[in-house]
Write a protein that binds this ligand. Sequence first.
Ligand SMILES: Cc1cc2nc3c(=O)[nH]c(=O)nc-3n(C[C@H](O)[C@H](O)[C@H](O)COP(=O)(O)OP(=O)(O)OC[C@H]3O[C@@H](n4cnc5c(N)ncnc54)[C@H](O)[C@@H]3O)c2cc1C
Length: 207
Amino acid sequence: MALDLETRQQLIETVRRFVNEVCRPNEQLVSETNAIPEKIVQEMKDLGLFGLSISEEFGGLGLTMEEEALVILEMGRTSPAFRSTFGTNVGIGSQGIVMFGNDDQKNEWLPKLATGEAIASFALTEPDSGSDAGSVKTKAVKDGNHYILNGSKRFITNADKAHIFTVMARTDANTPGPKGLSAFIVERSTPGVTIGKPEKKMGQQGA
Ligand SMILES: Cc1cc2nc3c(=O)[nH]c(=O)nc-3n(C[C@H](O)[C@H](O)[C@H](O)COP(=O)(O)OP(=O)(O)OC[C@H]3O[C@@H](n4cnc5c(N)ncnc54)[C@H](O)[C@@H]3O)c2cc1C
């Protein structure tokens, strides 16, 4: 449900203050150290920024898309690394679970994602699959009551910090394009998962 206008304004002003008083004065530090100080990450958690789009039932703020956009506009007034810290929990990393997760998946992950206790990433892009997302080559083959995934992903935001990945993989080898793909929640601790070194990104130090 949408916030009343007064509460919405308070939220926006709180985020604006956070950007002005905490993020912007630390931009140079973040750029030099290529990391967001843990104290600032904790402030983001306390403000509820990791759970903007997760419903209150699971401990998030349950903002509407308009409210979320207004918050992100405020975050856009500082280095992108700050928004990126919680961005995958709000958007691509958690949205699959928010929209299509079953009760077990929601109950297990959404409360932890909403508080920032767990980080989620979205793993779609591959060395040979970028703009043409339907050309994903990672395969998922059913083996008894689970799937075995094989493939390689790249450019995955927050991969170095993530506890879970929403991984897009081809479950139907006979159906080319996006219709042959499915999404899996893959825990970082799953045997066989290896994470590469973070890319050096222009203008995105700390992300
Ligand atoms: C900072 C950053 C964060 C990212 N985070 C994630 C993430 O969290 N998860 C994830 O899965 N991916 C992520 N990505 C990957 C991103 O989604 C891909 O980079 C994007 O899909 C483009 O793919 P590509 O880099 O392989 O470029 P390509 O698809 O190879 O495109 C290269 C160039 O060719 C152009 N081009 C491509 N196809 C056509 C066409 N048919 N006609 C004309 N021009 C074309 C493109 O516009 C582009 O200029 C991230 C990328 C960046 C830069």
